[in-house]
Design a protein around this ligand. Structure first.
Ligand code: GRG
Length: 358
């Protein structure tokens, strides 16, 4: 892949995270994915990893992943940005100054680059967790993202190290000086770190709780929820909050994003359990029916496919309500362009997640 060394907004010719300038959700997601693919190559060029480590890292980062978490960063960034710009526009109309608008524009350029760092960070961390989860000492899986798992395509030691270095890079990328990225914003970077680090730790705790639960004959819904709040939910929380923080989310907006992410994180896991029994290996790009094979505690096991599907739907609705309601009740503005209308990146993402087949 050829990587442009100029600033992202200039090289791609559009403002990728400005949702309403796209004709469809798919086009917006396509732009985010394209940006991420470029940024992954910039990062690998910066990191100068030896072979075959770099090959294994590129292999796992460029498979057929859905890139849900980077899309969450991008969507939260776009939603909060457009919501707050609508407020700024109103205030500017009121006080009639030109300077305020220009300041906002300049600030937003470097904030956008911080959101690119955040999007990379969550995908690196997520991919590390998948690589380690697939290892023989964990789930011992052979297929992931439509291709042989890392330890099969390379070897176990290389896969282990690839996971390790992806995890390290997930943190390094927040402050690394890399071509095509504006110098990092120290204030935003420290907030991102404070969000990201504890949730990365919670993901591992959740995995331990999940392994513990495999040994038990049955599990209560509360306990299953506690596992997935950490194992799957923590990183989804991180993604939405990090996107929001890069766009300057206020305290109430952060609370709304956190609440939304908690519902969506759980919905995503419940849906994952349903897809595991209703979809084929070809569609999923990973072995179908593996939860039952590994005797995992799942929502399908707990409540059956139909109830689990309804539960996922109600959680997605709760997630939608959390951001629509909270952010629409802001003091500054309640006009039609705000988050809460269908012209919104996060709401569109929730719709897209609900309709996913893999
Ligand atoms: C091994 C440290 C360590 C942690 C493992 C997240 C995790 C914890 C394991 C991954 C296995 C798994 C099924 C987790 C549940 C979360 C989940 C649904 C992961 C799959 O995420 P997708 O669907 O995958 O976003 P893609 O490949 O599209 O990125």
């Amino acid at each position: 892949m050829t990587v442009s060394l100029t600033s992202s907004t200039i090289s791609t010719g559009f403002t990728p995270f400005d949702f309403v300038s796209f004709q469809s959700t798919e086009q917006f997601h396509g732009a985010v994915r394209e940006q991420l693919a470029q940024d992954i190559e910039v990062l690998f060029a910066y990191a100068k990893l030896p072979s075959p480590l770099v090959d294994a890292c590129r292999y796992v980062m460029t498979g057929q992943g859905k890139l849900v978490r980077p899309l969450m960063v991008a969507s939260a960034f776009a939603s909060i940005n457009s919501s707050n710009n609508a407020c700024t526009d109103e205030r500017n109309d009121d006080i009639d100054t030109l300077d305020t608008g220009l300041d906002t524009l300049l600030e937003n350029d470097s904030d956008y680059d911080m959101s690119r760092r955040a999007a990379l960070a969550v995908e690196l961390l997520h991919t590390y967790s998948l690589v380690h989860d697939d290892l023989p000492c964990m789930d011992d899986d052979e297929l992931r993202r439509g291709q042989p798992t890392a330890h099969i395509a390379f070897d176990e030691a290389t896969a282990l190290l690839a996971g390790d270095v992806l995890q390290t890079l997930a943190f390094e990328v927040l402050t690394a000086e890399m071509p095509t990225f504006a110098p990092f914003n120290a204030n935003i970077a420290s907030q991102l770190m404070a969000i990201f680090a504890p949730r990365a730790r919670r993901m591992v705790s959740g995995q331990m709780l999940d392994l513990n639960a495999e040994a038990s004959a049955s599990i209560a819904q509360d306990d299953l929820e506690a596992i997935h709040r950490d194992k799957t939910g923590a990183l989804i929380e991180a993604a939405m909050l990090m996107g929001g923080v890069c766009a300057g989310a206020t305290a109430p907006q952060r609370m709304a994003l956190q609440e939304c992410a908690q519902h969506i994180g759980l919905a995503f896991q419940v849906q994952d359990d349903v897809l595991d029994v209703t979809m084929t290996t070809d569609t999923l790009g990973k072995p179908a029916g593996s939860d039952e094979k590994l005797d995992k505690s799942t929502y399908v096991k707990l409540m059956g496919v139909d109830n689990a599907t309804s539960y996922a739907q109600s959680l997605f609705n709760d997630g939608r309500a959390a951001i629509s309601h909270e952010l629409n009740s802001r003091e500054l503005s309640d006009n039609e362009d705000n988050i809460g209308t269908d012209n919104d990146a996060l709401l569109a993402l929730i719709e897209w997640l609900w309709s996913r087949k893999k």
